[in-house]
Design a protein around this ligand. Structure first.
Ligand code: MN
Ligand code: MN
Length: 316
């Protein structure tokens, strides 16, 4: 009999019934004793275009009800050896972005201090900044794998320094990242200038534009990344769902055509196995634009895949 929390099974309660916690796991109000906690951040006031990512955590939880405990492709059995729960949502202040950013950082610090790895349900991408601030306080500067259509390194947006298109510019300025161990995968779309991606390259980031990896397996790229980062460096995975092509994941605020495929997304996350992942997020799901539910379903499954590659996961 397992001593670890298990997702509620489909033969105990129909999958469409019961409370919509992440993967039908127990809710927890403290990170004490948890190896991993799913955390929702229902914030979208950093969004530049289509809103609605504030409803992302709820919809990801709702679509996660179909996910069963074992990863049939990789053999991962995350609930055999890790204590996992849903820690609920961060009570952001939806009238104030700067206050919300502080609330988020203060919410994550004790989670990290308890030794609990946070997997975050976003929320727009602004939330990566306070999470990375908390990460630095716990782990020092981290390596990062960032999947996105956008580099999110604008100096400012509409005169504001904090927005969903600026978090990684601020993160560099604040010394939150190991610049030579950052990859941005899936970048594409039209830009303001041909130099838009020069600034991250100058910080040491490796840019992998979507068109350079169309039709390709990303397994070789991930092997290179694992070799460069190594098994011990604290590493954060930030996954903007708009990195995936809008034909698979159109329910998002700033869609760009010609994106990554779902198998490529799986290769990226599965390719993180062996890294010292200290946290991950899945951001920018906007349910109002997700008429099929596929975007939230994909987001929920990508969070499960993140869980399956965390340090300490058992494999069968
Ligand atoms: Mn983004
Ligand atoms: Mn994006």
């Amino acid at each position: 009999m397992s001593t670890f929390n298990q997702p509620l099974g489909g033969n105990e309660m129909p999958r469409f019934g019961g409370m919509a916690s992440m993967m039908r796991l127990p809710m927890a109000d403290s990170p004490q004793g948890l190896n991993v906690g799913f955390v929702g951040v229902p914030l979208d006031i950093g969004t530049s275009h289509r809103p609605g990512a504030r409803f992302g955590p709820r919809q990801i939880r709702a679509e996660s009800c179909l996910i069963r405990p074992y990863n049939m492709a990789t053999g991962a059995a995350p609930f055999d050896a890790l204590q996992v729960a849903d820690l609920g949502d961060v009570p952001i202040n939806t009238y104030n972005l700067l206050k919300s950013v502080d609330i988020i950082e203060r919410h994550y610090r004790p989670i990290l201090a308890a030794g609990c790895i946070p997997l975050t349900l976003g929320g727009d991408h602004t939330i990566a900044l306070p999470i990375l601030r908390a990460m630095k306080a716990q782990h020092g500067p981290v390596a990062m794998i960032h999947v996105d259509a956008h580099a999110d390194v604008n100096p400012e947006m509409f005169g504001e320094r904090i927005a969903h298109g600026t978090p990684f510019r601020r993160a560099v300025e604040e010394g939150l990242l190991q610049g030579d161990k950052v990859w941005q995968i899936g970048l594409r779309g039209s830009g303001y200038s041909m130099e838009d991606f020069d600034w991250p390259r100058q910080q040491g980031f490796t840019i992998v534009p979507a068109h350079e990896v169309w039709y390709q397996s990303l397994a070789p790229l991930m092997a290179q990344i694992r070799e460069r980062i190594g098994p011990n460096t604290p590493t954060y995975l930030s996954f903007d769902i708009d990195g995936i092509d809008p034909s698979f994941a159109g329910g998002t605020g700033t869609p760009e055509i010609g994106g990554l495929s779902v198998p490529q997304a799986l290769e990226i996350i599965r390719g993180c196995r062996g890294l010292n992942l200290v946290g991950g997020d899945l951001v920018e799901v906007s349910p109002a634009y997700d008429t099929s539910g596929n975007t939230a379903l994909l987001g929920a499954n990508l969070l499960f895949e993140m869980l399956c590659v965390l340090p300490g996961v058992a494999y069968r």
